[in-house]
Design a protein around this ligand. Structure first.
Ligand SMILES: C[S@@+](CC[C@H](N)C(=O)[O-])C[C@H]1O[C@@H](n2cnc3c(N)ncnc32)[C@H](O)[C@@H]1O
Length: 210
């Protein structure tokens, strides 16, 4: 899946970005982010956007008061994310890198919130486990992770999806503490008929930090 993104960005075909401009989806995401903020005062802490693309959600988080780092593999997306953040005048650190090698990309602990809108569910389970270890090494003890994942299925070049079990397997030491069907009302059919869910993960209290 990862290999198709440079082409999609070159073609300007980025349907996942519709979520930001469709009120039901955007409202659902806003509610989920607000929940992360409820126990905190702004600035809320450090947030990590895994596969930040052209930066939409990284910018939203920064505008809300998070100190945001976005990571994406695709140089065209990274350039666009930096330009988009500069355009709206919010400080966001955008790094070109692989989420399976976050520390090698120069990221430092600790992040309080990890956001993934559509990246991890497109990886193989082996890649997810590596990404899970990287995230665990960079996340604070009280961190939370929010992940969008489609129901697992073979869909040709589209993301294969991930189940709760896949995510808990990939993020050793974390538990899913909330699952919500993602409100994809109004989004194009391929984005509605894939059983999208939002998963929230927290560390098991007994687990080691990395
Ligand atoms: C479905 S898009 C979502 C982009 C962004 N989260 C958004 O909502 O606009 C998935 C993103 O993950 C990036 N990506 C895929 N595999 C990656 C990896 N291993 N490391 C970093 N980024 C990756 C792609 O380049 C793409 O920008």
């Amino acid at each position: 899946m990862t290999r198709i993104y440079p082409l999609l960005y070159r073609l300007g075909f980025t349907p996942w970005e519709y979520a930001g401009s469709h009120p039901p989806a955007a409202r659902h995401i806003t509610r989920l982010i607000e929940r992360e903020e409820q126990q905190r005062q702004p600035p809320f802490g450090r947030a990590l956007d895994l596969g930040c693309g052209r930066g939409h959600w990284a910018i939203v988080l920064a505008q809300r008061g998070w100190e945001v780092t976005g990571v994406d593999l695709v140089s065209r997306a990274v350039r666009a994310a930096r330009a988009n953040a500069a355009k709206v005048g919010v400080p966001v650190s955008i790094i070109q890198g692989d989420i399976t090698a976050l520390r090698a990309a120069g990221l430092e602990p600790e992040f309080q919130f990890i956001w993934d809108f559509g990246t991890i569910h497109g990886l193989s389970q082996a890649q997810r486990r590596v990404a899970g270890r990287e995230v665990s090494a960079l996340a604070s003890a009280d961190a939370s992770i929010l992940i969008l994942a489609w129901t697992p299925a073979h869909r040709g070049p589209l993301p294969r999806g991930a189940s709760q079990q896949d995510l808990e397997d990939a993020f050793a030491g974390w538990n899913v503490d909330d699952v919500q069907p993602f409100d994809a009302t109004g989004l194009p059919r391929p984005l509605r008929n894939v059983g999208p869910c939002m998963y929230r993960l927290r560390r098991n209290s007994a687990s080691p930090q990395s």
